[in-house]
Design a protein around this ligand. Structure first.
Ligand SMILES: [Zn+2]
Length: 367
């Protein structure tokens, strides 16, 4: 489950250039759908607030979508104009053909007016003739949550922002292909950013960092790294060996030079590399050479494979601290610190092994 494959993100504008349009008569029935041209996508960075004691949640497009605590939503909502407050916080609806974004034809993204999470893209906007901005899909399905709405004697699906729960509108099954869905929005729930200028931090994706640790059998190590707050993904694999595309069989024979390694993709805004180092040293015995627990061989050696010069300096300084503190008594730390080479993901059946098999492991929970 490599979340990085979903890395599709947008660089866009800081200034919301919203063209104000006046109310106008209803369009005739049966007007044509005109899906917009695709918006260009490039990488950028983001970070947003936290609910306490809750493991941060990230969407497939790498946004931090951890639900905001009610107090934080309240503070953000207090900055809204009366109409946006009434619609997003009290689930009201703006009058048709009056919203400021109904006729907006510019390329860009539509973010939540309360918390800034990207919700819709101009790429998916179409003219529905209903009088409200309409989209045939979400920017990312994980950014828009659905709730049953039985108000007004109707059976509808309400849509809300997944991060702050702001009311957005409703979704219906009468949209155009390919989704056949119509997300019917209130302009007041959205803020539009033109494509091509910088977005504020709350509207940008997470800029992740990657770390690599070898600490014996990867099953338990991967399992506990995955539990870390701010860890987006932990993957089992092989590193620092001599042959490409190593397999478990080859590595087990011990003649390829690979070490069983866990790749940790993390959000440096939520967890530091130093904290990952602490956890790494808490999960294994760095004084054992080429063995951990019942496993013996060079593939089970202790190692930190550094993705940057900064990581190397941090790892070496941390080991020096441990030595000074005599954390492991008189036994020398034999952990290798090397520049990271190519990471080869292990076979699918090794991934999430502890969860998949229900087996336990000799590694203790370090968190
Ligand atoms: Zn929101």
């Amino acid at each position: 489950m490599d979340m990085m494959q979903y890395r599709t993100v947008f660089r866009m504008a800081a200034a919301a250039a919203v063209a104000l349009v006046g109310c106008r008569p209803a369009e005739t029935q049966g007007s044509q759908f005109h899906p917009r041209d695709p918006a260009s996508k490039t990488a950028n960075r983001t970070h947003f607030g936290t609910a306490e004691n809750m493991k941060p949640t990230y969407s497939a497009s790498l946004y931090d979508i951890t639900p905001l605590p009610p107090e934080q939503v309240k503070n953000l909502a207090a900055k809204l104009n009366p109409e946006a407050y009434r619609i997003t916080q009290k689930a009201d609806t703006e009058a048709p053909f009056c919203g400021t974004l109904l006729d907006n034809k510019k390329d860009g993204i539509y973010v939540c007016v309360v918390c800034g999470l990207p919700l819709f893209s101009s790429e998916h906007k179409f003219r529905s003739g209903t009088g409200w901005p309409s989209f045939h899909r979400e920017f990312d399905p994980q950014h828009v949550a659905r709730r049953k709405d039985k108000s007004l004697g109707m059976d509808r699906n309400e849509i809300v922002c997944a991060r702050c729960q702001a009311h957005l509108g409703h979704v219906f099954d009468d949209g155009p292909p390919p989704t056949r869905q119509r997300h019917c929005l209130n302009s007041a729930s959205l803020r539009f950013y033109d494509e091509g200028t910088a977005l504020p931090p709350e509207s940008r994706p997470v800029e992740t960092e990657t770390a690599y640790f070898a600490a014996g059998c990867f099953w338990g190590i991967e399992h506990y790294f995955q539990k870390g707050q701010g860890v987006l993904d932990a993957v089992s694999g092989y590193m620092q060996g001599r042959v490409p595309k190593a397999t478990y069989k080859q590595v087990c024979r011990g003649d390829t030079g690979h070490a069983e390694t866990v790749k940790v993709v993390f959000d440096p805004q939520r967890i530091t590399y130093r904290r990952l180092l602490e956890v790494f040293f808490a999960m294994h015995d760095p004084t054992q050479r080429n063995r951990q627990g019942p496993d013996v061989g060079t593939q089970y050696r202790s190692g930190i494979w550094c993705a940057s010069e900064e990581q190397r300096r941090a790892a070496e300084a941390f080991i020096a601290e441990l030595r000074e503190q005599k954390r492991f008594g008189s036994r020398p730390i034999v952990t290798q610190v090397e520049k990271a080479e190519t990471f080869w993901p292990a076979e699918e059946y090794h991934q999430d092994y502890i969860v998949q098999t229900g087996r336990s492991c000799h590694v203790k929970n370090p968190w």
